[in-house]
Design a binder for this molecule. Structure first.
Ligand SMILES: [Zn+2]
Length: 461
């Protein structure tokens, strides 16, 4: 019965007019329900079958090595009808890339119908490793790290490519992560060079197991890592941050809040978000950091419980313990839930316009004044605020584009006066809402809160 309902919803989704009869949650859930556990399993098995996907392995062997794997990922995007390309660079970086090496990402693009320059990007890394980071020729299955994230990229591409969205979605299988986040940097630099307005990078790295080596298991939670104050521009913003606040309000932190709320809106996926308020796991890294360094909002999704015996390990048995990142250790029902959440998130982000860049004033006043510039594609806005020690937005007020005093429509500065709301006691933010009601993530009205790279103002002279 459930399957039949899902099929019915999927059929209805193909017709935009009929889709208007459904709630957003129903549309998101019906799209997420098209994610196939079997296909995810087959994708991971196919990736493992390349033997090794080490970044320094063969680029030309038709069956084994990183070159064959990247070409295969690109061919999968082609099958989905996406525009495809490889973003490449020749890298030499001691000590992990001793000689100049071609590093290429497979990229698929689902171009937006209304705002093609507004881009959301899902990434996973296709390269793999074992104990010795320079060991090129071992069997290096990389099933969970990061066949799981690559499967999230390919399966969300397959599902979402059947629909059209106002904004663009980019799907990328990145290479060179283990050798130093090389593919992440190549794609982030490409995004910058193209002038993409990156709303979010969802980086999936190790998303396919649910038990640790100590027997602790959790298959109902995914961790989302996000930086607090934005790193890019932080030196220039430090003095303003100290005065105006915003230690907990970089755009990445608001992407994390957005995902947390989305998971709650879609109980049918069966996954809770555990927000971890640091950029990545303790002292460790991932490709999203390269997006952050370019000023783009980015988060890392990862399992609730990592298993350190099953990542970055030579395949072996030692003292009765089996080591290695093999497919039999994975939890595919869990991975499927993570892919569903990603798929729904990409859809929700691509449906909504980008958030505005709100400013607040109100020092030594009983009221708070909020101003913002109009966002193309936004029909209305939501002002949200919360106590400075609260983790989620608490209060809200909808706003049209009422003009600031002495200005007139249509291209005036938006203006709302929040009476009896003291600016000292709250953090404020705003989201944009499309004509059909899709709401963007919130951008906080703090230094560095804007969803675009921070650019220092030119000195006055
Ligand atoms: Zn990884």
């Amino acid at each position: 019965m459930l399957t039949r309902l899902t099929f019915l919803l999927a059929t209805i989704l193909a017709s935009p007019a009929a889709a208007q009869g459904l709630t957003q949650e129903q549309r998101l859930q019906a799209t997420a329900d098209q994610v196939s556990q079997q296909r995810i399993h087959d994708t991971v098995a196919r990736l493992v079958a390349f033997g090794t996907r080490h970044t320094l392995s063969s680029q030309t062997d038709p069956k084994r090595g990183i070159g064959a794997a990247v070409r295969w990922a690109e061919s999968e995007f082609k099958k989905d009808g996406l525009q495809t390309l490889q973003t490449c660079d020749t890298v030499a970086k001691q000590p992990r890339v001793p000689t100049p090496t071609r590093v290429c990402n497979a990229v698929g693009i689902l171009r937006g119908t209304e705002r093609p320059n507004d881009v959301v990007i899902i990434t996973g890394h296709i390269d793999s490793r074992v104990t010795d980071i320079m060991n090129v020729n071992a069997e290096e299955p990389g099933a969970n790290d990061d066949g799981s994230g690559t499967a999230a990229v390919l399966e969300s591409a397959r599902v979402l490519s059947k629909q059209k969205f106002p904004g663009t979605i980019v799907f990328a299988a990145l290479s060179g992560e283990e050798q130093g986040l090389l593919g992440g940097k190549i794609l982030a630099d490409y995004a910058k060079a193209q002038g993409w307005n990156v709303i979010a990078n969802l980086n999936n790295d190790i998303v396919g197991n649910s038990c640790g080596s100590d027997g602790v298991c959790n298959d109902k939670v995914v961790r989302v890592f996000s930086e607090g104050p934005r790193w890019q521009g932080h030196e220039a913003l430090a003095a303003q941050l100290r005065s105006l606040g915003g230690e907990n309000d970089a755009p990445s932190r608001n992407i994390s809040r957005f995902l947390d709320r989305l998971a709650e809106r879609l109980p049918g996926i069966g996954l809770d978000v555990m927000q971890v308020w640091r950029n990545d796991r303790f002292g460790r890294g991932g490709d999203h950091t390269e997006f952050l360094d370019n000023g783009f909002p980015a988060v890392r999704l990862s399992v609730a419980v990592e298993n350190y015996d099953q990542q970055h390990q030579d395949l072996r048995t030692e003292g009765g313990k089996v080591y290695g990142d093999t497919i039999d250790k994975m939890d595919f029902p869990y991975l499927t839930r993570v892919v569903k959440l990603n798929t729904a998130a990409l859809m929700a982000l691509a449906m909504a316009p980008p958030p505005p860049e709100p400013k607040v004033e109100g020092a030594v006043s009983t009221d708070t004044h909020v101003t913002w510039s109009q966002v193309p594609g936004a029909k209305s806005y939501v002002i949200r605020w919360r106590r400075t020690d609260a983790n989620q937005w608490q209060e809200s007020s909808t706003a049209d584009n009422s003009c600031a005093p002495s200005q007139s429509p249509p291209n005036c500065t938006g203006y709302v006066d929040l009476r009896h709301v003291r600016v000292d006691d709250w953090v404020f933010g705003m989201s944009s809402v499309s004509k059909d009601g899709w709401e963007s993530p919130v951008a906080s009205a703090v230094p560095g809160g804007a969803f675009k790279p921070y650019v220092a103002p030119l000195p006055k002279n």
